[in-house]
Design a protein around this ligand. Sequence first.
Ligand code: G6P
Length: 608
Amino acid sequence: MCGIVGYVGNKNAQDFLVSGLKRLEYRGYDSAGILTLSDDGKATLIRAKGKIANLEEKLAKLKRSDTIGIGHTRWATHGEPSERNAHPHQAGPIYLVHNGIIENYKELKKATNGHEYQSETDSEVLAALINSFYKDGSHPLINAVVQALKLVKGTYGIAVVSVLNPDEIVVARSGSPLVIGVGHDETLLASDASALIGHTKQAIYLNDGEVARLTKNSVEIKTLNAEPVSAKVEEIETNLAAIQKGGYEHFLLKEIMEQPDSLVETLRGRVNAEEGTVRLGGPGLKEAELRKIKHLIIVGCGTAYHAGLLAGYYIEKFTPEITIETVIASEYRYRQAYIPENSVALIVSQSGETADTLACLREIKQQGVKTIGIVNAIGSTIAREVDGGTYVHVGPEISVASTKAFTSQVIAMVMFGLTIAQAKGVKRTILKPYVEEIAKLPEEIRKVLGEADQEVKTIADKYNGYDHAVYLGRDTAYPIAMEGALKLKEVSYIDANAYAFGELKHGPLALIDDRFFEVAFLPEGELYEKAVSNVQEVLARNGHVIAVTNVPRFDLHVENVVKITTTLTIFAPILMNLVSQLLAYYVTVAKGYNVDQPRNLAKSVTVE
Ligand code: G6P
């Protein structure tokens, strides 16, 4: 949520700031701004409401050769999206960009009564506070920043520059990520490493409670308590191709289509189909520890939560004596939930930065419970704070709606479940079918994507005029229905809700009329006939049903059927989810909306 960039070096700062912001635009796109300083401290501030393209238009008339600057792309919290609320914010000689929320900004505002406020943001209060300690440069900027931050309650990733010292950037973090890129005669800064790709491979991930002073050839880090920190330089592994559209019109379609390959990356070195076993090194739990597990708490938000729900359904099918509770992080963090002995928590997050998920991780860890991360973003905060973990390795997911991460999160968690079951001595004959299907899944995904793509597009053209949709499923197809409804609503703005088939008659059946269409997931299995009866109930009320099924004998007279041909049975629902992803994509494209950056949303939700 909100993207930050910074540059100090010999090259054109505006160029890096704008290209970096474009890569971070998924973090927020309500407004954007950049500020650069000339060698003699002349400031050029450019801000624009809306997308970075608007900023670029203004920039064309204000080109500078400045070699230091900071930039920001905003997801509005305090104050509407507008130019005056856009960052950077100014207070005297100081300019600041901020990601996060200053909770006590009202109180702090009183301490800065000399400052004439230009915006409604909490961030400007922080700029003014820093300025009050800076005293026109009579104190080092870093000291003024530290003094101000000691008074702050809330979360922040900040970058600060002063016109009086146009060769340094001071940065600090608490709760909002910052990565420093170390180049030759240049130092770069970004909210995530994707903005640094192509400039440097050397990165330093700042930790909470750290503040740093960046010049073109130095990075000095210390804690807010003035203890020096020796920086750990890490290698950025992502390449440029991974963050480009690669011939696709949108990132969403690219990421849907990448799933056969991204899942292979999740499975690499972890699955032995012949033996019917899996091996995960990352969680770092000994056999004896795995054997003892009786409770699994799975924590996530949005799509990660749905992945956890689905994985939970699977794991309890093959692991004896285990209770699984999948929880929404924003709820769980404030529950007074009792965690029994022999529990392990799976912390699921694509970005590894989601504020609520991170808060749960810290809370759970404090209770002495082992935490295992199911994370995509390498080096992210959650990945670094968990006791152990499994990276899903799907590569950057840029479209705000999560797709490829979901598939791999489910399978990574199922593999963790299989690891527990193996340790508990569950018979190979029970586990082997799961492992075999996991090994086949990437190719089955490739096949279904190939076959269903145009078919779903045709269906999308028929249904994009509806305002409401109901997604239905039971057992493992229920979380698939939930994820399908989320996909549709977040990108197409069609009001979509999911229900367990069995719940239909307890309320939702009252909805069925011509304003609604229904997507029914009907996988082969022991509950198939029951689900079919539920569809009949919808049809009897003239429902507009799209059925998604892998049952060859399916013969209900519904408006549309998407038939999945697959040899898989256990993981057929995951293949059905591909249909949901494509449907959401094509409906949205037909409506002409921005499918990669839906209104009001952002990808990395670093505020509560
Ligand atoms: C946001 C994104 C979703 C994502 C959720 C959790 O809402 O738009 O796509 O599922 O956050 O994010 P995480 O990075 O923790 O998986």
